[in-house]
Design a protein. Structure first.
Length: 483
């Protein structure tokens, strides 16, 4: 709800900060139902339409910016209650524009507001300023405008990112590492060329690595079943041959697909070929369909979690020094002759957030645990993970925290919402936008820094739901904060 006299800059500010479809202007609606914006005889019809639009958008959970004078307390109450009924946060934005400035602006309008009326509006604004503080808004913000371009205290739009430097490779990254997760492969007639172009773009723009999903059939959350999804370790071998600094691995590999020793051999080989850049995400597997389709057993969850423990213990045994026999809690090996050894010690990331068993396995055996990026869910899961660390006698700092994020990233608000509409399917637009944190790069960059600062997240795996090629990698690049 914008509150301020005529000429205070409300409409200009709204146009700078919001999409045209998100702003509901009483003046504009007078032009729709009357002869023009100054047709006061059309006010009743204009406000009836305004309330209908506000109610419709609010029901769908969509942002709505009400651009009226906002000086009538009854109107503020009614609109605030519409937002409350829809469960939306309600914010009043007060425009603290000096009266001489608004009079100067008013004087150059085609149809200026009479001087006496404008004076009355400023007097009413002084009363509104006092009243709004006690009206129950979730937030009250103030915009200070003294004739220069609008600057707002606490709600200013983030500046547009500057063009990327020739290469961000090797530059220190503020905030957490950001690894590009590639989950769809619209590679056309040149699969290897498409993969190379995406990887080279990711390295050029400063991404820390590339992660691939490990599935046998494309999952419905990403694309249609008949779209390609390559075997990840073969694909990562191709990427290891490129001149990049990218870390390479999976997020995540089901332990039901390959024997533990084969996973150990595969990851060690990739680590050697890439010069120590391999990591492996491991999980218990979840999709029965792909197991049945490829003739693989799909045991109950308890057995699959047993396999997860066995697999991690096997990796540790086969990556250790020497060839001696190994006898552990779940694994007994007559020898550990496994060459080549990894260059270093590839990071083992447990994917999954089951609180009783999965997080306990991560606490006891893993180098990292991949959790949801939603802050409320992340906070809950971290508390459980730390409790498991305490129970098994392990310092929580020894288990790095990573998250998987599937954001919608637009170049501006209009582009963001075009992407939401294209991607959302039958999901309500506002629900889809919230679920995928739809917004522009600066907002995502701040969110990732907050995940690092407040939750200790070391790596964000970012999977764009509309990744088509290297241009989309460039669109995502400003999230890293390097440009």
């Amino acid at each position: 709800m914008l509150v301020g006299p005529s000429g205070s800059g409300k409409s200009t500010w709204a146009a700078q900060h919001y999409r045209q479809q998100e702003v509901v202007s009483s003046d504009a609606l007078r032009a729709v139902v009357g002869s023009g914006e100054s047709d006061l005889d059309a006010s009743a019809d204009a406000f009836a339409l305004l309330h209908q639009i506000v109610a419709g958008r609010a029901r769908r959970g969509l942002t709505v910016v009400v651009d009226t004078l906002g000086l009538d307390p009854d109107l503020r109450d009614r609109l605030r209650e519409q937002g409350r009924l829809a469960g939306l946060p309600c914010v009043a934005v007060l425009f603290e524009t000096p009266e001489p400035v608004s009079r100067q602006r008013n004087a150059v309008r085609d149809r200026p507001v009479p001087a006496r009326v404008l004076g009355q509006q400023h007097a009413a604004f002084a009363l509104a300023r006092e009243a709004v503080a006690g009206e129950g808004w979730d937030e009250v913000r103030h915009v200070v405008d003294s004739a220069a371009p609008t600057q707002e205290r606490g709600l200013a739009a983030a500046p547009s990112p500057s063009p990327a430097a020739p290469s961000e490779r090797g530059r220190p990254r503020p905030g957490p590492d950001v690894v590009l997760q590639v989950s769809r492969f619209p590679w056309g007639a040149d699969p290897a060329g498409w993969l190379r172009s995406v990887a080279i773009a990711a390295d050029h723009h400063g991404f820390a690595g590339i992660a691939l999903m490990d599935h046998l059939i494309q999952i419905p959350q990403v694309d249609r079943a008949w779209e390609p999804i390559p075997e990840p370790w073969v694909t990562l071998g191709l990427l290891a041959g490129l001149d990049t600094d990218l870390r390479l691995g999976t997020l995540v590999s089901p332990v039901t697909f390959r024997a533990p020793g084969i996973i150990a051999k595969t990851v060690a080989t990739l680590d050697v070929l890439s010069g120590g850049r391999a990591f492996v995400g491991l999980g218990a597997g979840w999709w029965e369909r792909e197991h049945r389709a490829f003739g693989l057993p799909f045991p109950p969850a308890t057995e699959r979690l047993d396999q997860l423990e066995t697999c991690i213990e096997t990796l540790h045994a086969l990556w250790d020094k020497g060839t001696k026999a190994y006898a552990g809690s779940r694994v007994t090996l007559p020898e550990t002759t496994a060459y080549p050894r990894p260059v270093g010690r590839p990071q083992v990331i447990v994917g999954g957030s089951g609180e009783r068993r999965t997080l306990r396995i991560a606490a006891a055996l893993a180098d990292a645990c991949n959790l949801p990026s939603d802050e409320d869910a992340l906070s809950r899961k971290l508390a459980v993970l730390r409790a498991h660390c305490a129970a098994v006698g392990r310092d929580p700092s020894q288990v790095a925290v990573t998250v998987l994020d599937l954001p919608v990233v637009g170049t501006d608000r209009d582009d963001t919402w075009r992407r939401v509409e294209r991607l959302r399917g039958r999901t309500a637009a506002a629900v889809f936008a919230r679920r995928h944190h739809a917004g522009e790069a600066p907002a995502h960059r701040e969110r990732y820094r907050r995940l690092a600062d407040e939750f200790g997240v070391s790596t964000v795996f970012v999977g764009l739901p509309d990744l088509d090629g290297p241009d989309d990698v460039a669109r995502l690049a400003p999230v890293l904060g390097l440009s």
